[in-house]
Design a protein around this ligand. Structure first.
Ligand SMILES: [Zn+2]
Length: 139
């Protein structure tokens, strides 16, 4: 098992790779704990962030991938055909695969302002499969 520093190095490399792939001209700042996150976003009050896998802020162009997370993790999948799609929720382990998935999830929030759902899930899958998107400047 990798330690937190090794994990954060891998995720920082992934951050640069995926940011370029989806056309973000300014690579977001990444943090790996709720404490760091509160500092970067100037949060005055500490909220219950130890239960968050990740978070993003367009205003601060910053992402949290919480490597200190220690609770249960649920992963959403979509099945069925168009108009007859249904969600499948699975319990999974919080590991590097899920951390990378969370990173991409937060990058989608920064790049597209999308809300959760099938399109959101599909976009993550496209990014994981290497699809390239045009450049965009986030204001
Ligand atoms: Zn989200």
């Amino acid at each position: 098992m990798k330690n937190k520093i090794q994990k954060s190095k891998v995720l920082t490399r992934d951050l640069v790779k995926y940011s370029e792939q989806i056309g973000l001209t300014a690579i977001p700042r990444i943090t790996f704990s709720p404490k760091e996150w509160d500092k970067v976003c100037n949060n005055k009050r500490r909220t219950k962030r130890d239960r968050w896998l990740g978070c993003s802020s367009r205003k601060d162009n910053a992402i949290l991938v919480n490597l200190e997370y220690a609770g249960p993790v649920q992963s959403v999948e979509y099945r069925g055909r168009k108009n007859k799609r249904y969600q499948v929720i699975k319990n999974v382990k919080w590991n590097m695969k899920e951390a990378r998935h969370t990173l991409i999830h937060e990058l989608v929030h920064i790049r597209w302002k999308m809300s959760h759902g099938y399109e959101f899930w599909k976009r993550i899958e496209q990014i994981e499969n290497g699809r390239i998107f045009p450049s965009i400047e986030i204001k």
